[in-house]
Design a protein around this ligand. Sequence first.
Ligand SMILES: Nc1ncnc2c1ncn2[C@@H]1O[C@H](COP(=O)(O)OP(=O)(O)OP(=O)(O)O)[C@@H](O)[C@H]1O
Length: 252
Amino acid sequence: MTSAFLTVSDLSINSPEKALFEGISFQAQAGELIAIMGPSGIGKSMLTRAIAGFLPDTLSTQGSVAINGVEVNNIPMIQRQPDQRPAFIFQDALQALNPLVSVGGQLTLALTSSKTKPSKTQKQKIISLLEQLGFSAPEDTLNKLPSELSGGQRQRICIAIGLLSSANIMVADEPTSALDPITEREILKLIRQSVKNNQVAGLLITHDLHSALECDKLLLIDEGTMLAFGPPKEALAASTHQFCCSLRDLVA
Ligand SMILES: Nc1ncnc2c1ncn2[C@@H]1O[C@H](COP(=O)(O)OP(=O)(O)OP(=O)(O)O)[C@@H](O)[C@H]1O
């Protein structure tokens, strides 16, 4: 059996007032995309932020987060080795992009980790990805500032940044929430392919059951703890909790 690339063991997150949740344990192998589902406000984003090492100061964690066997829980992202820093695709594209840097500049930085001009091959890789993400004039898009793009286009640029990054873990927090359903399906396919081809571990927060069913595993959380983890259909069947029952009704 291959060792898990990301291993979360008995993780709890607490605010001064309450425990957000406790007892979260799951693993992600390289090449696996894990869907995370749970009711709104339950703590899905905070869970991925705890894994990535950038929780708000008001929250603290206990338990273990190991990336490739190295314990990183409570080590802020900025202090981690580069291979222990996940790439993030945020829900809120406007906040995630630098308003003062061109789209091309931000994509180049994601691909090369430097601000220098990309090589011809690197530029071609960026353009080809933008085409896959539905941009009809990618060369023009590269010269634009984020403010010159629509909300959906900005979100697709955030997805491109995540896909170009060389991080070993990719976290996508409701990455397709501002997109139409057809684009959404195409983009989820791209994320799945990217996770497989680059052999990274992917975490996808989603409210869409059909997207979750297409992932390798599903982590279900509610009421401060995990309900189930495993291949999506098995995870759904494993709990009698109301949230899981409601989801099961949708697939029945
Ligand atoms: N900066 C913060 N300090 C303390 N608690 C916070 C902070 N930000 C969010 N929270 C709390 O964390 C809880 C979980 O928020 P989170 O955004 O992780 O939920 P979520 O499950 O991702 O929600 P959604 O599905 O609506 O995006 C919220 O109830 C909120 O009160």
